[in-house]
Design a protein around this ligand. Structure first.
Ligand SMILES: Cc1cc2nc3c(=O)[nH]c(=O)nc-3n(C[C@H](O)[C@H](O)[C@H](O)COP(=O)(O)OP(=O)(O)OC[C@H]3O[C@@H](n4cnc5c(N)ncnc54)[C@H](O)[C@@H]3O)c2cc1C
Ligand code: SF4
Length: 481
């Protein structure tokens, strides 16, 4: 496909990259998405900036290997239905990945325009627009398998890995039941990622499509407590473990006792419940510890979870919000786009600072004492070390301290001694696929990779589904022989 775009082959010179966001002082007043919905003309113009460079570095950098040049070219020519067909061929949730992928590190970071000094094509925004347009116009086909199959598959975890696998398996005609310990499907798409990055309605319509297509969700079911893996293995022909990683790394400094700090995910879940309208449940617990209104907030950590916490605290009406991170801006794990969004919204970043103690008065935290850190000289291929700067301690006033130090796997395997784990306690899978040490039990997403990205969870879920399909067909052939 030759991408010409509305401005001809050199459209990217005439048309600058544009991705309008709501002005910061307005957008912090609610939890709606911050990107201004583009018009079809905006999308044609932005998609038309693609130079069709011949070597699709963007596609290679996309974990789903999305056929980006083709759907950009089709969008530039207003062939939106065909663009949807191409985009949905490789991804079970283009409109979600288009919103929340860290594109600066993936497709857009590798865009030829970006590499040659022009700004990257707004690939993510075009992808989200294609998906939204498809839903709005009824082009998203319901799941209607050509043949029903008798075999059933249990999926543990209704996050993006579980949802992607459910989609593909149900399409093949399998009977799919997804078990989740939360009261809603969606995993971190619903309860982790805030509405200003991904509105809940966008996830809900994907969940609805799975339900309409015949996928059964069993919620409030904690596998390991309410039902065992062995029971599910007996009941179903195959099992997929897609339960993510939820053991929060804790702050271990003097003064940090139970109740002195708030864990990032607990904090975000409460706000997400408000957005979802679970008012009664949240109100019965009072505004209390999980609300930042009028408080001086310090968030410890530098990843995407920390960015979500600081921006949530701003929207809740915090008096001040500081992000304390031990490395510098260039070496933080969070996406550069999210850091810049947070800065625009009034978050103060205290780089090169590590928590040393929590100071309290009358049983309440009053400040975080932090040590000043310095980075070692860069060495090619190695992460820079950090060391304390003697005499550099400083205090950050705080009456709400949120810990956002990352996640590790929970002790899921305690209930299942036959399930082999890696040295990092993630589920071990066969080198060439997704089968675990238990025959017929597969694993995908964060449960295998450790804390990662939605797009990788989608990729794993889709690929695991293909492997489960091969496994079940081989089992059926063996029985028939
Ligand atoms: C705050 C936050 C913000 C993030 N922002 C982004 C972002 O902007 N972009 C991005 O790409 N990635 C982001 N991520 C990472 C991304 O959300 C994850 O990589 C992705 O959701 C992993 O998908 P998953 O399906 O493997 O697991 P999850 O989404 O974690 O889903 C696992 C599901 O399993 C369920 N479960 C767990 N244990 C059990 C059990 N024993 N029994 C039954 N059910 C169980 C859980 O309730 C959950 O619903 C973010 C993560 C967090 C925490
Ligand atoms: S899935 Fe993510 S990396 Fe791939 S094209 Fe979409 S936004 Fe880019």
């Amino acid at each position: 496909m030759q991408n010409k775009g509305p401005s001809g082959p050199q459209g990217f010179v005439v048309q600058p990259r544009r991705l309008p966001k709501t002005e910061a002082s307005l957008r912090v007043q609610d939890f709606g998405e911050i990107i201004v919905p583009p018009t079809p003309v905006n999308i044609e113009t932005q998609a038309g900036r693609c130079t069709d460079c011949g070597v699709p570095f963007c596609q290679n950098a996309c974990p789903l290997q999305n056929n980006i040049p083709d759907w950009l070219g089709l969008s530039a020519e207003d062939e939106m239905r065909e663009a949807w067909r191409v985009a949905s061929a490789t991804s079970t949730m283009p409109e979600i990945c288009g919103r929340i992928c860290p594109q600066d590190r993936l497709c857009e970071g590798s865009c030829t325009l970006n590499q040659s000094g022009w700004e990257a094509v707004t690939i993510g925004s075009v992808e989200a627009f294609i998906g939204d347009t498809a839903f709005d116009n009824g082009w998203v086909e319901p799941i209607r398998p050509l043949h029903e199959r008798a075999e059933s598959v249990a999926i543990i975890g209704a996050g993006p890995a579980g949802m992607a696998a459910a989609d593909r398996l149900r399409e093949q005609g399998y009977q799919v039941t997804v078990y989740d310990r939360h009261d809603r499907p969606g995993g971190l798409l619903i309860y982790g990622i805030p509405g200003f990055k991904l509105e809940k309605r966008v996830v809900q319509r994907r969940i609805d499509r799975l339900i309409d297509g015949g996928v059964t969700f069993v919620t409030n079911c904690d596998v390991g407590k309410d039902v065992t893996l062995d029971q599910l293995r007996d009941k179903h022909d195959a099992v997929l473990l897609a339960m993510g990683v939820y053991q929060a790394r804790g702050l271990s400094v003097p003064g940090a006792g139970p109740g002195d700090t708030v864990r990032a995910l607990d904090y975000l879940i409460h706000q997400n419940r408000r957005d979802l309208g679970d008012i009664e449940q949240v109100d019965s617990e009072g505004e209390g510890w999980h609300h930042a209104k009028g408080r001086r907030v310090v968030v410890v950590g530098g990843g995407d979870t920390a960015m979500d916490c600081v921006r949530t605290a701003i929207r809740q009406g915090a008096e001040s919000v500081v992000c304390l991170y031990r490395r510098d801006k260039e070496n933080m794990p969070g996406s550069a786009r999210e850091v810049s969004n947070a800065e625009e919204e009034g978050v103060v970043f205290e780089w090169l600072g590590a928590p040393k103690a929590l100071m309290s008065k009358g049983g309440s935290v009053t400040s975080v004492r932090a040590a000043r850190m310095a980075l070692s000289e860069p060495v090619f291929g190695q992460r820079r070390d950090i060391a304390v700067v003697p005499g550099g301690d400083f205090d950050l006033p705080a009456d709400l301290v949120i810990e956002a130090l990352g996640f590790e796997p929970e002790a899921f395997a305690d209930h299942h001694p036959d399930l082999a784990l890696t040295d990092w306690n993630t589920v071990k899978v066969a080198r060439s696929g997704f089968m675990t040490s238990i025959p017929g039990v597969f694993a995908a997403g964060d449960a295998v990779r450790g804390a990662s990205l939605v797009v990788w969870a989608v990729r794993d879920g889709q690929d695991a589904a293909a492997e489960i399909d091969r496994y079940l067909k081989a089992q059926a052939d063996t029985v028939a022989a």
